[in-house]
Ligand binder design. Structure first.
Ligand code: MN
Length: 745
């Protein structure tokens, strides 16, 4: 052992030689990065102390991969420092982040050794204990992390680094756990990374999720990106060459290069625009970074813009100026699209080195230039809106999580008040959202809206540059419908809490009425709660009271259903009615009984399970099982549009499911076919191919024409995913057919 090792001898001695090497490798990777920075000797000594402390605390603990556990916090610390640009305090907190959660160490021990600031961060990162009785422990824990976010943004930043390292090392995990983690990541962490301006993290989160959820698509894109790389480089060089000549004349240091887009964003294009990889023209963007002092940034960037648009023809509508008005997450850049060689559109991003640093690592990385308080400066407005969501009472953490998620929007619009003050709103926000954005009271009493001096409805969708005036009326009150009009978390939670107030009042009225009526019939309320609630199918006393809140309720009619016995109501039993199962309860009709599914590796027969009608899984699809509240186990496709929400909020109800194929299984599937309408010809070709040529049963067939094109919906009974893919391929080749896709819903 060399000198450094001896310093940590106590903690290292319990590991064998190979493990010691793994630990020291991870630590040296971190200290190497620290040594390249301006960190002082005292600060370094503190990092050493944190390492020693965590090393001893995590003694004997191993990761799933078999490596000593301590390598995880060390790598999280390195990510914080190198990839997110955080400071040495964050490094220390990251090294200690799992100590309280996973070892007997108490927060108090950390306070004594590392002081109150670090303790607060570690506390924020420690999961809540004993969350067994709540709907969603995941959501509760997330709420806890967020409530500290407002005090110290480093908590959430370290949490992000933690998540990133867990995702990077997810390979050893069982598939159903991977799915759960991926769902949670794309539901909340990826949008949050985007909101915090951590674009690199956001891309990596999304790429790893794609790899887990849709491995085939992921592999295909990786392969094709590699396959077309040469061709792409050639094109980029051709595009850049004439620019370089002129950029040189500016006499400022610059860099220019082409950069492929993230795999996940290419995948999103393929899916949302229904195009193939080959049809995507903007697989990359060209970036120009100038190295100039801050006061020259703006003018030099515009000079570069002028050069770019002199050489290549610009598309003016595509110009985006986030230099004059940065995004609210701190992003600064000048974007434009131009027409390059062969008439191809190319996106060009122009920015300074400083702006690039912010875009790559997030605004938080700028603590070194401006001090930590300034990080909060840029997020302040957003934090205010989170605080309001946190402070509004919610029924449960899931409702909170959904409201919070509404605050994580991607794009923004810029709106002006009548006085010319600018407000940033999420894209898609309505006039009513804006009213709540100004002040809760303005929202509650908003009764009319003028945009650019014209009256507009509450649901008017705001556009950049709109000047908006809110007209209030003190008699105005939120209604249930308002919830459908707004998209921001703040407006949603405020409207909901106002509705709850109203409901509470109705319940109070109802309680009085009910008590009076029971008293008139000489009945006691306490004795009769249960029977009344059962009869009226109420889940809570509050619901029961509301039933009686309007006097219209016919109490005498209700009493006819009971006999009275000793002051207690007893229901008079009537003939049992046949219950009709609801759509949700009814299993897929042709789900043949000889299809077997393994649940958590065991035969699924002991469970009541059925295939979810929302996504119609077929043999070969990636699936999971979900324990419903009253309809037994449902088997969903991992790509089901409900999957992400279910797994992110109710992960503990998700079980691993696999197909155990048996011959003769059959499944429902639905296809959407688009094409050119040439009369009965195309219908005949479709049905002929399906039933005569492929021998597949058609369950339903409908077709709709529209100005020379058609959309057909075909319900089929298929044997497996492979079988379904064969059918899709055969249909797609038919004359007049443009696209064939599987319908999820
Ligand atoms: Mn961790």
């Amino acid at each position: 052992m060399d000198v450094i090792d001896r310093k940590f001898e106590k903690g290292l001695s319990q590991w064998n030689e190979k493990e010691q090497a793994q630990i020291m490798e991870a630590y040296e990777k971190l200290t190497h990065a620290l040594n390249l920075s301006t960190i002082t000797e005292e600060e370094k000594a503190e990092v050493d102390q944190a390492f020693e402390f965590a090393l001893i605390a995590h003694a004997q603990q191993k990761r799933k991969s078999g490596e000593p556990y301590i390598t995880h916090p060390l790598e999280v610390a390195r990510i914080c420092f190198v990839e997110m640009g955080l400071g040495y305090k964050s490094v220390i907190a990251a090294i200690l982040h799992d100590v309280v959660e996973d070892t007997p160490t108490k927060l108090e021990d950390i306070r004594q050794k590392f002081g109150p600031k670090i303790t607060k961060i570690v506390d924020g990162l420690t999961k809540l204990d004993g969350l067994y009785n709540v709907e969603s422990p995941q959501a509760e824990n997330f709420k806890k992390v967020l409530s500290t976010l407002v005090d110290d943004v480093r908590v959430i930043l370290i949490k992000m680094a933690d998540r990133l390292h867990n995702l990077r090392t997810i390979d050893g995990m069982p598939q159903h756990k991977k799915l759960k983690i991926a769902a949670e990541t794309s539901y909340i962490y990826a949008p949050l990374a985007h909101r915090l301006g951590l674009y690199n993290l956001k891309s990596e989160f999304s790429d790893i999720c794609l790899k887990i959820n849709e491995p085939d698509l992921y592999d295909e894109i990786v392969f094709k990106l590699k396959d077309t790389q040469k061709e792409r480089s050639k094109f980029i060089n051709e595009f850049i060459k004439p620019l370089k000549l002129q950029l040189d004349s500016l006499e400022v240091p610059y860099e220019i290069f082409g950069r492929p887009k993230a795999i996940s964003s290419i995948a999103n294009k393929i899916k949302s625009k229904k195009v193939s990889f080959e049809e995507i023209y903007d697989l990359f963007a060209v970036r120009i970074i100038v190295d100039v002092p801050k006061e020259k940034e703006k003018s030099v960037c515009w000079q570069v813009y002028s050069i770019v648009t002199d050489v290549h023809k610009p598309i003016p509508e595509r110009l985006k100026d986030w230099i004059t008005t940065p995004k609210s997450n701190g992003y600064e850049s000048l974007h434009t699209s131009v027409i390059g060689p062969n008439g191809r559109y190319v996106e060009v991003q122009i920015r300074s080195l400083r702006m690039d640093d912010i875009a790559e690592k997030g605004y938080a990385s700028h603590w070194k230039y401006k001090g930590i308080s300034n990080i909060h400066g840029i997020y302040d407005h957003w934090f205010d809106s989170i605080k309001e969501v946190l402070e509004t009472p919610h029924n449960d953490a899931i409702e909170f999580l959904n409201d919070f998620k509404s605050n994580l929007y991607g794009e923004e619009v810029y709106i002006y008040t009548p006085k010319g003050e600018m407000k940033v709103m999420p894209k898609g926000a309505t006039a009513l959202d804006f009213a709540f954005g100004i002040h809760t009271d303005v929202g509650y009493h908003a009764s009319g809206f003028k945009v650019n001096n014209k009256l507009v409805p509450m649901g008017y969708i705001l556009e950049s540059g709109d000047q908006i005036q809110v007209i209030t009326n003190k008699n105005q009150k939120p209604t249930e419908d308002w919830l459908k009009i707004v998209i921001t978390g703040k407006a949603k939670s405020k409207i909901r809490s106002s509705l709850k107030e109203v409901e509470k009042k109705r319940a109070e009225d109802g309680k009085e009425i009910l008590e009076r009526k029971l008293k008139n019939s000489k009945l006691d309320i306490e004795d009769n709660f249960e029977v009344l609630m059962k009869l009226l199918a109420c889940k809570s006393k509050m619901e029961l009271y509301i039933h009686f809140s309007d006097e219209k309720f016919d109490f005498a009619e209700l009493l006819k259903k009971f006999s009275v016995d000793n002051g207690r109501l007893t229901e008079i039993k009537s003939e049992p009615k046949e219950t009709i199962p609801t759509e949700e309860d009814r299993p897929s009709r042709t789900f043949s009984s000889n299809t077997k599914i393994l649940i958590n590796g065991e035969s699924g027969e002991q469970y009541q399970y059925s295939l979810a009608p929302c996504c119609n899984p077929v043999l070969g699809d990636e699936i999971f099982a979900y324990v419903g509240t009253n309809s037994g186990l449902k088997i969903h496709r991992t790509q089901c549009r409900n999957a992400e929400h279910l797994m992110a909020s109710y992960g503990y109800r998700v079980l691993k499911a696999e197909w155990a194929p048996l011959p003769g299984s059959s499944f429902n599937a639905m296809l959407i076919v688009h094409g050119i309408d040439d009369g009965p010809g195309v219908i005949e070709r479709l049905t002929h191919t399906i039933s005569s040529r492929m021998g597949v049963n058609i369950r339903s067939f409908s077709i709709e024409g529209n100005e020379g094109t058609f959309e057909g919906k075909i319900g089929l009974i298929v044997r497996s995913k492979e079988h379904l893919n064969q059918i899709i391929q055969s249909l797609a080749k038919l004359q007049g057919v443009n696209s064939v896709t599987r319908l999820d819903n």
